[in-house]
Design a protein around this ligand. Structure first.
Ligand code: ZN
Length: 430
């Protein structure tokens, strides 16, 4: 199988998208190349028919939109949303630990990581650092990515831990501390602050605060006899970020507003100021109409005809654990995008909205599968149901099927990426 451009672009995004801030910066770079113009919430917007725009919110969320060339009032919003964050480890303030000749970092677990997959990996750190400035309310913000692996969390040898293959519980505070150095010092040295300052070419005392995550520096790889799999860190949810970005750029709809929303904090529940459970998206949509001189009534008219795709990975059937799957709905890697449904609305889906997507996929020749949980199990939720509570429009949850979700390395079908991009392109074109 030849790798298509979308799968190749996904792997580049995995390499560059090492924190929610870096994922957002990647999206911004793609949009800028295509002539999208950045808008600021604190300035007036002058929008034009046929225009392409985006807003960045708090560095890790971004909303982009295009205005139809032949815009008519009464046209709708077509919205697709994906998340920029992923489970992992976050560095705490004052993180330096010196113990028995080793230097370690104090970290906390972010989101629902499979902890044992983080052991024995080459780890690096990336995120946002805030430095002292001359203006109290405007500290300086820098993105940082060390790129080079410099930390690891070593496993305990089987000889010392004879039950390791029966499954071992890892304590989130004491078992997940990465080691990054050997020292003669007793304690008290701010070795991480100094290393961060060197990386930023700043003075250690000017570092006020940061949001830094550890990430697996492994690169993505094509696997399988015919390269039918992609094995890579951060597939949840960079597959969707790539597809929504590329779909918006390629979309051809000349009516209405095509909107792509990228939210942080999905892995911790979305109910934050930069999450899908904020008024951010509905505020931006209302602002679009206000800048066209239309009021709240027109806004409600427009959004009542609108549609939302919540784009996120789904669970594929595991060949060694098929009994974990639903009895009659089986998602297989590489067999098409998956539409996720749950009567409990963990996935925000209704039958009319699903029918729209089925008709769209059939018109475009895009294979799709349906996912539902076993009735005696649950498998998490997405930002769809949360976003659609704020924006009560027709909503579908869809994405590529995945194995090993929330492992530090996940597995998907190579062919599904290009199908997801085609689905998003069709959504923004038809
Ligand atoms: Zn996800």
């Amino acid at each position: 199988m030849s790798h298509n451009n979308d799968a190749e672009e996904l792997l580049r995004l995995v390499k560059e998208g090492t924190s929610p801030f870096h994922v957002t910066a990647w999206v911004e770079r793609q949009l800028k190349k295509e002539g999208f113009v950045r808008l600021f919430m604190e300035q007036d917007w002058g929008l034009d028919n046929g225009g392409k725009y985006y807003v960045v919110h708090n560095g890790s969320s971004l909303i982009a939109f295009t205005v139809g060339e032949h815009l008519q009032f009464g046209d709708s919003f077509r919205i697709a949303a994906a998340h920029t964050d992923f489970p992992g480890l976050r560095v705490k303030p004052s993180p330096e630990i010196t113990k028995d000749g080793y230097q370690e970092l104090n970290v906390e677990v972010y989101g629902g990581a499979i902890l044992n997959t983080w052991l024995d990996r080459p780890l690096s750190a990336a995120g946002r650092v805030v430095l002292r400035s001359d203006s109290i309310f405007e500290p300086k913000v820098h993105l940082v990515d060390f790129r080079k692996p410099f930390l690891t969390i070593p496993n305990l040898a089987i000889h010392i831990n004879r039950d390791v293959n029966k499954g071992v519980e890892l304590n989130k505070q004491t078992d997940m501390l990465p080691v990054l150095g050997i020292t003669e010092e007793e304690s008290g040295e701010e070795f991480f602050r100094k290393c961060l300052a060197r990386e930023l070419q700043a003075e250690p005392e000017d570092i006020l605060e940061y949001e830094l995550g550890l990430y697996n520096t492994d690169q993505g790889a094509f696997l399988g006899l015919s390269e039918e799999f992609i094995s890579s860190p951060r597939l949840d949810n960079l597959t969707s970020v790539q597809a929504v970005t590329r779909g918006l750029i390629s979309g051809k709809r000349d009516r209405g507003f095509q909107v792509a929303a990228f939210f942080d904090h999905e892995e911790i529940g979305s109910r934050t100021k930069q999450g899908a459970g904020s008024v951010l998206l509905s505020a931006v949509l209302e602002r679009i109409l206000l800048s066209y001189g239309r009021g709240r009534e027109k806004f409600f008219e427009t959004f009542s005809k609108s549609m939302l795709l919540s784009v996120d990975v789904g669970h594929a059937l595991h060949p060694n654990k098929a009994d974990k799957n639903d009895l009659t709905n089986k998602d297989i890697l590489g067999k098409g995008i998956c539409i996720k449904e749950a009567s409990g609305q963990a996935y925000a889906t209704d039958s009319v909205a699903v029918a729209v997507i089925q008709q769209m996929c059939e018109a475009e020749g895009i294979p799709y599968q349906k996912f539902v949980n076993r009735s005696d199990g649950t498998s998490g939720s997405t930002l769809g149901s949360i976003a659609s509570a704020f924006l009560p429009v027709k909503t579908v949850d869809l994405g590529v099927p995945l194995l090993a979700m929330h492992s530090s390395r996940e597995l998907m079908g190579t062919a599904d990426q290009e199908r997801l991009v085609r689905a998003l392109t069709a959504f923004y074109s038809l």
